[in-house]
Design a protein. Structure first.
Ligand SMILES: O=C(O)C1=N[C@H](C(=O)O)C[C@H](O)C1
Length: 292
């Protein structure tokens, strides 16, 4: 297994000032705080970072900050990269050589153009051949419009450059059970649906990439430890508590509620998000604060 691809990884939000600029100091503080609280690593430029709305310069700033913090803290750095264009994704992966600290790239299943599963296999096979960093597949059908089977994941897991999957299929379905019943060697299954973290850990996931873990980071870490060590009473109780938190945080499009809670708790100077996202409603913030 690629070192560091276990435990809790936090896909960092991009802090923004009230007038819409990114806030590098707040990002560095947040990155250090979640690592202080036991996270194994950071994910830079995930969906949660509102990456789609960042300029190239802003993306580089975010990466520089996360790479510096991960270097100083000896933490795992996973970098979101990729699109629904295979050759453009290969270029984006090659560009990561500028950040040698990157442990892995998080690459989505190609979205919107909905290739056949053979096309998904061809896409990742091409990337595996050309990427300078190991690849974690981001399997999130509700965002991509593309489901892939356990057989396809198993096929891709056999490629040495494909080291894991961020598994976010909206539940524990038959393919998830089939995959984890006989997990591929040297391949990390990481939970990517916050509310399903606990059941996925229970059936063998190595950890998770979870925006919710900006809050109660220590409890998320304790949850992963409890499942790993077989402390079932702690695992069940903590799992249910954190699932309630995640459900409240995802009541409106991510990361609006997380930013609002971090702001309310004094960890962010502003809860600002960029269009097309809208700020969290007062009701969603109130509900989330009850669990945070
Ligand atoms: O950015 C991420 O990585 C995550 N994004 C997901 C989403 O916004 O749907 C949620 C998950 O917690 C991690």
């Amino acid at each position: 297994m690629t070192p560091g691809l276990h435990g809790i990884h936090v896909p960092l939000i991009t802090p923004m000032t009230a007038d819409g600029a990114i806030d590098p100091d707040a990002l560095a503080a947040l990155a250090n705080r979640v690592l202080d609280d036991g996270a194994t690593g950071l994910v830079a430029l995930g969906t949660t970072a509102e990456t789609a709305t960042l300029t190239d310069t802003e993306r580089h700033t975010v990466l520089d900050i996360c790479a510096d913090v991960c270097r100083d803290r000896a933490a795992t750095l996973t970098v979101g990269a990729g699109s629904n264009d295979t050759h453009a994704t290969a270029d984006a992966l090659r560009a990561l050589t500028r950040w040698p600290r990157a442990t892995a790239a998080l690459v989505p299943v190609p979205y919107f153009n909905r290739p056949a599963e053979a096309g998904v296999i061809a896409h990742f096979t091409h990337l595996a051949k050309h990427s300078p960093v190991p690849i974690v597949i981001y399997n999130v059908p509700y965002r991509t419009g593309q489901t892939i089977t356990a057989a396809t994941l198993r096929h891709l897991a056999a490629l040495p450059a494909i080291v894991g999957v961020k598994h976010a299929v909206g539940g524990i379905d038959q393919d998830t059970i089939t995959l984890l019943a006989d997990p591929p060697a040297d391949f990390a299954v990481l939970a990517g649906d916050d509310a399903y973290l606990s059941p996925l850990l229970a059936i063998g996931a190595a950890g998770g990439i979870l925006a919710s873990a900006h809050l109660r980071t220590r409890d998320f870490v304790d949850l992963a430890t409890a499942w790993r060590t077989g402390d079932l009473p702690t695992a069940r109780a903590t799992g249910h508590r954190l699932a309630a938190l995640s459900t409240a945080l995802f009541a409106e499009p991510n990361p609006a509620v997380i930013k609002a809670v971090l702001h309310a708790q004094g960890h962010l100077p502003s809860p600002a998000v960029r269009l097309p996202l809208l700020p969290a409603s007062p009701a969603a913030l109130r509900a989330a604060l009850q669990h945070a």
